[in-house]
Design a protein around this ligand. Sequence first.
Ligand SMILES: NC(=O)c1ccc[n+]([C@@H]2O[C@H](COP(=O)([O-])OP(=O)(O)OC[C@H]3O[C@@H](n4cnc5c(N)ncnc54)[C@H](O)[C@@H]3O)[C@@H](O)[C@H]2O)c1
Length: 212
Amino acid sequence: MDQNKIPQATAKRLPLYYRFLNNLQHQGKTRVSSKELSDAVKVDSATIRRDFSYFGALGKKGYGYNVEYLLGFFRKTLDQDELTEVALIGVGNLGTAFLHYNFVKNNNTKIMMAFDTDPDKIGTEIGGVPIYHIDELEEKINGVKVAILTIPASEADSVTERLVSEGITGILNFTPARITVPDHIRVHHIDLAVELQALVYFLKHYPLDKND
Ligand SMILES: NC(=O)c1ccc[n+]([C@@H]2O[C@H](COP(=O)([O-])OP(=O)(O)OC[C@H]3O[C@@H](n4cnc5c(N)ncnc54)[C@H](O)[C@@H]3O)[C@@H](O)[C@H]2O)c1
């Protein structure tokens, strides 16, 4: 089906499903039930069934889902074969952690370069990723389309402007700044404080039953 028709909430869960199914395939498993999937990825089975129905994967009673079929679909949808190169801006507490992590479980995204202003960091590497001075952005960025912002909020606007001029199309913004970008650029804001607050709210108002 046309992948543009998949609801965004479903699309966001695809990498989660993909990772689990990939592990299953490595273990030689050919099918999986929605209950098994649900236990592993912590998404309720009704949601999983609805998600999967969007791309024509209908589980059979007593059989479950065909792992190979699902993986084929996810690979196509998530462009697993195509590596998306990422630039990280700001190698402080958060940025350093990301460089060490570098999405090793995701084989379709990789931080290729990082930028900072701290002379002690320039010219070094973390997790094999070179760190350049932010003044070298235009020279080094070399067609990279996705950037992660882990700089102080006060720097976000000016750095974003430069990234946009260099043709960046997606920004994962960890700074509290609400950056403004042209319409064709996608910005995802990630705010741990908001996520934590939401969790506490849900715990308080929608406590999960132990038997759920
Ligand atoms: N979203 C979250 O949940 C979350 C959690 C913690 C921190 N943050 C935010 O993420 C950002 C980074 O936090 P941190 O704790 O890693 O901060 P930090 O001070 O440890 O790191 C910031 C890094 O950016 C570098 N820097 C400063 N100006 C720059 C510029 N113009 N270009 C490139 N690099 C530059 C600094 O040298 C430093 O290495 C902050 O905006 C912070 O508020 C967000």
